[in-house]
Design a protein around this ligand. Structure first.
Ligand SMILES: C[S@@+](CC[C@H](N)C(=O)[O-])C[C@H]1O[C@@H](n2cnc3c(N)ncnc32)[C@H](O)[C@@H]1O
Length: 369
């Protein structure tokens, strides 16, 4: 107990109590984040949506889970107002819980632009290497991407998939009309997708432009293995190939009409080296498209709509993965437009155009030779 820190009447008591309220809100949000993670990973929300009002035992038997845990989870979910309870005065085992209609799309519709459940998987991945993170904060160096495990890879792929499926080939690339035309024409255009993760951006480009050939590159072997499977399941593997490659690898060669980098330049220890490689891959006639976070133009404590979230990813994941190599640019998730412009100039581009695409999370940069 700290004595005599505050004196009634000086405003500090009110400030302290308001802050305590905020801390408790953060704690509540953290519990709910991991409760949603459990519900998502175990298929509990889908089973509730499909099966209608359920007792803990019903839900457990439909999902192959343990009834005592499911009872506790359902009670937590009801108190958190994520699910609703039909008969709260019934015995614990007899109470029936259901998913409100408006909660289904964000929790279970994996093709919807409103699908948010994967954010909880991303957070679970981002905190996986906490001891290594603390060590990096003390001693410098980075935390390798592999330390974040499959939750981070899967969460990233799942959260971005709906935007790639609904917007990439119908809004983002058409915002560059000449590139859109080139990708529709013959001879078939070639696209390289840098830092492609599970490959959804490469696959959706191939689906949207039925002649193009796409090469996806990523450093992370498990991501590339999954990307190949995703291409096969989507019947595009004849036109889409994936390779484990460092995007800055000097031996990476090719002549591409379009080279893309979705949400990955800020993760790279050497973003200028990678942009320079992208510049080489397009020769004098191709185009580089970088999609990265739509953070504010400048640091401001009021931030913009998303700076708070991007700083969250940055302190746990993006800055540490970008500090693995030495030297490291140390960009972090909050890559301001001026930073990208500086990197592009250092990599040999003559200018950067911000495309007129309305998107909550991404800003689109067309880098010109
Ligand atoms: C945040 S994820 C984005 C994945 C994917 N583009 C998406 O939007 O879902 C960043 C990806 O960049 C990859 N990456 C980071 N540095 C890389 C490099 N130097 N060369 C190739 N891939 C890299 C990581 O392995 C990871 O898959």
């Amino acid at each position: 107990m700290i004595e005599n820190v505050v004196t009634p009447g000086d405003g500090v008591v009110e400030q302290r109590d308001a802050f305590i309220g905020r801390i408790l809100d953060y704690v509540s949000g953290t519990f709910n984040t991991f409760a949603i993670y459990i519900g998502d990973r175990l298929g509990l929300y889908r089973a509730l949506a499909e099966g209608g009002p359920s007792t803990p035992a019903d839900l457990a038997s439909r999902t192959g889970t343990h009834a005592r845990y499911i009872r506790e989870w359902l009670e937590q979910q009801a108190v958190a107002r994520i699910v609703e309870v039909e008969d709260e005065n019934a015995e614990a085992e007899a109470r029936r819980y259901f998913l409100p209609a408006g909660h289904a799309e964000p929790l279970i519709d994996c093709s919807s632009l409103n699908y948010l459940a994967p954010i909880t998987q991303l957070i679970a991945g981002a905190v996986r290497p906490l001891p290594e993170l603390i060590n990096a904060y003390k001693n410098g160096g980075g935390v390798p991407y592999s330390a974040y495990g499959s939750d981070l890879r899967e969460g990233e792929a799942a959260i971005n998939y709906p935007a790639f499926a609904h917007q990439l080939a119908s809004e983002w690339i058409p915002a560059m009309p000449d590139v859109h035309e080139r990708l529709l024409s013959d001879p078939p255009a070639r696209v390289a997708d840098i830092g492609c993760g599970y490959g959804w951006s490469s696959i959706e480009i191939a689906k949207g432009y039925p002649h193009v050939r796409v090469d996806g590159y990523d450093l992370d072997r498990p991501s590339i293995q999954q990307a190949r499977l995703n291409a096969e399941r989507n019947h595009v593997s004849e036109r889409v190939s994936f390779q484990v490659r460092d995007a800055g690898d000097p031996s990476l060669e090719g002549q591409y009409d379009l080279v893309t980098a979705f949400e990955c330049i800020h993760d790279m220890s050497d973003p200028v080296g990678v942009l320079r490689k992208m510049r080489n891959l397009i020769g004098e006639h191709g185009t580089v498209l970088v999609a990265d976070e739509r953070v504010g133009e400048n640091f401001s404590v009021n931030g913009n709509d998303i700076d708070w979230m991007m700083y969250g990813w940055s302190i746990l994941h993006c800055l540490p993965v970008g500090m693995v190599d030495s030297p490291a640019a140390g960009t972090g998730t909050v890559m301001r437009p001026a930073t990208l412009q500086r990197y592009a100039a250092e990599a040999g581009f003559s200018s950067v155009e911000v495309l007129p695409v309305d998107n909550f999370f991404f800003r689109f940069y067309r880098l010109k030779v």
